[in-house]
Write a protein of this length. Structure first.
Length: 182
């Protein structure tokens, strides 16, 4: 059998000729986040599967179709499909929410979803994320939106439009799904 030397479908190689672009984006994201008082957090590449089932939702496409899950002895582990669940778990487990609130953290990480690869959608993708825990104030949302805009502005991106959406509360979401079906 011939050795397959191609990278897995839905992944990218970042070659030396292009790594400077990644460093630039990461440094800008890191610098802007820190200027807003966010601290970097690093989390494991995989978590117990139940974490994603509970946080993302057992009936979502991510959980039902897109997660890379393995069984190790008697425990199911999943490569992280997104950064929020593991970050909140880490904040809880490590007592960050027992410190002065709000707690503001950011992360730069690889995520994995078994999706059909297409333009702009890969099976391994990179995510810059922010989590602010412990503030219910609208100003917290405004701060995160302002930070995101500052990152895009600092990178010199033009013609960017911001669309704000919400999946709503469980009651609102059920009504929305009902309206969609109708």
């Amino acid at each position: 059998m011939a050795l397959n030397l191609k990278r897995p479908n839905g992944t990218e190689d970042i070659t030396p000729a292009n790594i400077h672009k990644w460093y630039t984006v990461e440094q800008v994201a890191r610098s802007v986040a820190q200027s807003y008082g966010f601290r970097e957090i690093r989390i494991p590449t995989f978590e117990n599967t139940e974490l994603f089932q509970r946080s993302v939702g057992e009936t979502t496409d991510v959980v039902q179709k897109e997660m890379y899950t393995v069984m190790a002895k008697e425990t199911k582990f999943t490569l992280r499909p997104e950064g929020t669940a593991g970050t909140i778990r880490a904040m809880l487990q490590n007592g960050l929410l027992n410190e002065a609130l709000p707690q503001k953290v950011f992360y730069l990480l690889s995520c994995f979803r078994h999706e059909r690869p297409q333009a702009g959608r890969l099976r391994e993708f990179h995510q810059f994320g922010l989590e602010m825990a412990g503030s219910a104030e609208p100003a917290a949302d405004a701060e995160v939106i302002s930070l995101a805009k500052a990152v895009l502005d600092t990178l010199g991106l033009k013609g960017i439009q911001l669309y704000i959406n919400s999946i709503g509360c469980p009651t609102c979401r059920a009504e929305y799904h009902k309206a969609l079906r109708a």
